[in-house]
Design a protein. Sequence first.
Length: 294
Amino acid sequence: MQARLDTPQRWMTWSPWERPDPDLQRIFEGPVSGAGASYAFWDGEQGSAGRLTVLSASPDQVQVRFRVDKPQATATDFEFRLTPEGKGTRVTWIATSAGGRVRAALAALAGRPVANAAELEQGLSRLKTVAEAAAAIETWHAERSATIDARPEAVVARIADIRFWIDWSPREILDRGMKEQFAGPATGAGATYYWQGKTEVGSGRATLISVAGNKVQVEVEVERPSPSSSDYLFTVEPEGKGALVTWSISGEKDAAGKAFGFFAVPAEEIESDMDKSLARLKTLVETEAKVAAN
């Protein structure tokens, strides 16, 4: 349970105030989880902005501060108490705010008035559903690699620019008319790509979690054809005069044993799709390197 509470990215799977709004932009900062992990958010249309930060984390307690800067400055402290109970864990969620302004703080993020107790109960209910489902489902993993004749930093830069993933995805041709939208920064942590298309590509989002040296981490959430989540990790190492790219994907299957990756690639087809994507990435980066050298 601790990992679902002290990892800001995971709040998106259960928070009662989370909404599928591409206008709500986020930037993840600090460590991925634990004390210091945070994300800043802002919504141009609603005029809300603020930050959620993990203050401390241990197996029996997680403390989080939710600060709102707009439309009204306020701060709310969340405390989650985790107590073993039978074969599970009892989670107690306490929200406190200076001046008793919990309602104003939560309403700023939700973009509407909220009933505090009801919203906390809803959040705990969603957290219970997500955590219990995760404990019951099967995980899967795939890994592929390719050598690219280009500088490692050039390869990392191309992978970290999520706006151009479509250039090296072989599934883009399945739906030329799909809708695309970008949120957050152009590159780096928080950059998010939303897609919505026909059954062949489904709908979902890909969020760049971190770019650290030679590693790029991306979280992919698929909504259609079936809800599915997976973590993408790209590691780029020098090899000869070029770079070795290792791409690993870890995900979870639903109760029916199904799972999907970026552009709704079925898990059973993911390795073939990864090979094709890496081949296209290789051609793209090597061509760019040759043009730059001339």
